[in-house]
Design a protein around this ligand. Structure first.
Ligand SMILES: Nc1ncnc2c1ncn2[C@@H]1O[C@H](COP(=O)(O)OP(=O)(O)O)[C@@H](O)[C@H]1O
Ligand SMILES: Nc1ccn([C@@H]2O[C@H](COP(=O)(O)O)[C@@H](O)[C@H]2O)c(=O)n1
Length: 217
């Protein structure tokens, strides 16, 4: 199998997952996805309260070496057992996800372009570029509604770690991208070009774009 490996990076709330979903929806059964977030390290010696205060936007809290090893396995045609991260306990869960190799493997995460080893394994590097004010508004909504966080904790985390780490690592890593995608998965021009590029490589005919992106999605 000649695997096409696509990296999707961008700041928190930029629209990475939305773009990932738009691409996987375009090639049903042909894609596998690995999320850098699932490779957050365990901190067995820290209490829950201590784990809440970790800088979760620093490259050293990820087991990126494990992700690189598992990505290499997928590229060489072997299935993997990806860790699954549990945000509610600030630790990896005790579950894993079985991921089969596929024609297209997508790797998603805020910091993947800051890692030279991961970059060297990616054929196409896409950076979803979204203004910081839009991203923080999305993040507040997600963290409060989906992750049960308080508004105060989201604000504190954003100002103390998310924003400085974004400026130190995520934003500079944009220079390693091949393509900048404003609006992510809702940029229909970019989506159409990407889908045709992928289809050309893996030898499939994509569905017309109007069938893939429902109105108001
Ligand atoms: N281009 C866009 N326009 C409007 N909303 C968007 C757009 N892209 C993503 N969103 C919304 O923003 C939120 C965060 O998007 P998501 O893809 O989860 O970001 P990320 O994975 O980068 O954190 C989601 O609610 C998603 O529906
Ligand atoms: N226990 C954790 C682990 C991570 N985060 C935040 O997740 C963000 C990355 O995910 P996106 O989908 O937003 O790209 C990152 O900015 C971490 O701060 C967390 O809050 N808690």
């Amino acid at each position: 199998m000649n695997t096409l490996v696509i990296g999707i990076a961008g700041g928190t709330g930029s629209g990475k997952t939305t773009l990932t979903r738009a691409l996987t929806d375009a090639f049903p059964g042909k894609t596998s996805v690995i999320y850098h977030d699932n490779y957050y390290r365990a901190f067995p010696d820290l209490t829950y309260e201590e784990r809440k205060r970790i800088n979760w936007d620093s490259p050293d809290v990820f087991d990126t070496a494990l992700m690189a090893a598992q990505l290499r396995k997928l590229i060489s045609g072997q299935a993997i057992e990806s860790p699954i991260y549990d945000y509610s306990i600030y630790n990896p869960s005790d579950q894993t996800e079985h991921i089969e190799p596929a024609d297209v493997v997508i790797v998603e995460g805020i910091l993947i372009f800051a890692d030279p080893t991961i970059c060297s394994l990616l054929d196409i590097k896409l950076f979803v570029d979204t203004d910081a004010d839009v991203r923080i508004l999305r993040r507040i909504k997600r963290d409060v509604i989906d992750r049960g966080r308080t508004l105060e904790s989201v604000e504190k985390q954003y100002l103390e770690t998310v924003k400085p780490m974004h400026e130190l690592y995520v934003e500079p890593s944009k220079h390693n991208a091949d393509i900048i995608v404003p609006e992510g998965g809702r940029n229909l021009v970019a989506l159409d070009m990407l889908i045709h590029r992928i289809a050309g490589q893996i030898g499939t005919v994509p569905a017309p774009i109007t069938e893939r992106v429902p109105e108001g999605a």
